[in-house]
Design a protein around this ligand. Structure first.
Ligand SMILES: [Zn+2]
Length: 214
């Protein structure tokens, strides 16, 4: 099974990805984890990629594509893969197609988990985290016994900068701007599967399995 998974921040994409890689026993490949693996080697391309990341810049597409190509030469992807967070623009999607074509491989599906923006904003901006033990709460869905205090360790509950409403709105907008063309690209090739991500993790997973013919 060769899958790409897409979805806005806060839609539960990570959890759905975990369920899929377990079901199919395939590697979970994100550019983040390929970069991390690469940095442990002495390869030149890893040093180049790292220099961009250290400067806080995006790694250019041609370097990212080359790294993906290398990753697809490894043995574990012969049984399939789940790509997550790649491709993030049309140029990367085209390069990915070219790499797959060289290998005579076809994508089985591009799973696009759709969320409701207002629900995502409520879910993320209501999140509170214990600054001591990391336990996660929610101001309406998972309230602590005492407001602002962790049930487990008595630590103070804080809101992470990433979860601030304005930040969440910005992240959602960036995601939309970046991925809309990629979704359009895969729509044209008929590989995209839209899944409703506003329901429970299990319901969304069952929908995905159904459309994958399981
Ligand atoms: Zn705690």
């Amino acid at each position: 099974m060769r899958i790409i998974i897409m979805g806005p921040p806060g839609v539960g994409k990570g959890t759905e990805a975990e369920l899929l890689i377990k079901h199919y026993n395939i590697p979970h490949i994100s550019t983040g984890n390929i970069f991390r693996e690469l940095f442990e080697t002495e390869l030149e391309i890893g040093k180049i990629a790292k220099s961009y990341i250290n400067r806080g810049e995006l790694v250019p597409d041609d370097i990212t594509n080359e790294i993906v190509r290398e990753r697809l030469n490894e043995k574990d992807v012969e049984k399939g893969f789940l790509f997550d967070g790649f491709p993030r623009n049309i140029d990367q999607a085209k390069a990915f197609d070219a790499i797959l074509k060289e290998k005579n491989w076809k994508l089985d599906a591009v799973i696009n988990i759709e969320g409701n923006e207002e629900l995502i904003i409520k879910r993320l901006s209501g999140r509170r985290v214990c600054e001591k033990c990391g336990a996660i709460y929610h101001i309406t869905n998972k309230k602590p016994k005492v407001e602002g205090i962790c049930n487990v360790c008595g630590g103070k509950l804080i809101q992470r900068a990433d979860d601030l409403e304005d930040t969440v709105r910005r992240r959602l907008r960036i995601y939309k701007d970046q991925t809309a063309p990629v979704i359009g690209y895969y729509l044209a090739s008929g590989t995209i599967i839209n899944v409703d991500g506003t329901r429970s993790i299990d319901d969304t997973h069952n929908d995905i399995m159904k459309v994958l013919g399981e």
